[in-house]
Design a protein around this ligand. Structure first.
Ligand code: OAD
Length: 240
């Protein structure tokens, strides 16, 4: 019943924004952060995901992101991603804003994608911001220009979000009649504020739901890929 409501709202909405988190990619075998097999259950984020870690603990920082960059090579976007591409092509979705750094929405083929926490697919010097290759990062080379350490273009705790992506996300969310939030614990500020910025309807699709999620108009407990697939079947049926 609730997936049918989602399908109906999607078909009736003029402007829909999708907001995703790490739960969107677990069905592609990429761990999330806070559920039982998540990264932060085994590794303290302060030791690898902060500006302090980058400055004071570069060996561990490099090891952690090397593991994630290498892990990504074995994975690809699952069919739920393709549904979002199809919905965008058909004018049902206007924008995707994501906390994920895996680049899967872009790899799958979505056009209007805003990566709030950057991307693990590009790299730069941590000191002078010179663009470098993945290979240079994985080889743990130093910057050829200034000798600095190399890092992925992700947002660490302690850093601001990319302004363009953040501002564009807010504009889309504010214009939206429908915001579909998929696979995020909504634990990390400021991205967690986005669902509160719309006057439109809000839907939360997540494997686990708790009292934090009470403000949503519709809550669908389930796996992202499976719920999207069910919704897509109904969209096709209702659309004739
Ligand atoms: P979390 O790991 O905090 O939350 C992922 C959510 O997705 C959890 O509530 C899971 O229950 C749910 N989930 C897992 N698999 C799912 C599936 N197949 N279908 C539906 N739901 C599923 O990840 P985020 O909320 O994305 O930031 O985390 C936000 C930020 O915290 C990340 O971008 C990262 C992290 O620290 C930085 O590193 C700056």
């Amino acid at each position: 019943m609730s997936v049918r409501t989602l399908a109906t709202w999607l078909l009736n909405s003029k402007h829909t924004t999708i907001f995703t988190g790490a739960g969107m990619s677990t069905e592609s075998n990429i761990p999330d952060f806070r559920s039982k097999d998540g990264w932060w259950r085994n590794i303290d984020p302060r030791t690898v995901a902060t500006t302090t870690a980058l400055q004071n603990n570069f060996d561990l920082f490099h090891e952690f992101y090397t593991m994630r960059v290498q892990g990504l090579k074995q994975c690809s976007p699952h069919p739920g991603y393709w549904i979002l591409v199809d919905w965008e092509k058909r004018g049902l979705v206007q924008a995707i804003t994501t906390q994920n750094v895996d680049g899967f929405h872009i790899a799958a083929g979505n056009q209007e994608v805003y990566e709030l926490h950057g991307s693990i697919r590009s790299f730069r010097c941590a000191s002078c911001s010179w663009e470098v290759t993945e290979e240079q990062f994985l080889n743990k080379e130093s910057c050829k220009h200034c000798g600095g350490n190399l890092r992925p273009n992700i947002v660490l705790f302690g850093e601001g979000l990319p302004e363009d992506s953040w501002n564009a996300s807010i504009l889309h969310i504010r214009r939206s009649d429908l915001v579909i939030v998929i696979g995020t614990s909504l634990e990390v500020y400021p991205a967690s504020e986005l669902p509160n910025m719309t006057n439109g309807k809000t839907v939360y699709i997540n494997f686990e739901v708790d009292q934090h999620n009470r403000n949503f108009d519709l809550i669908i407990k389930g796996k992202a890929g499976e719920v999207l697939s069910q919704a897509n079947e109904l969209v096709k049926k209702l659309n004739g």
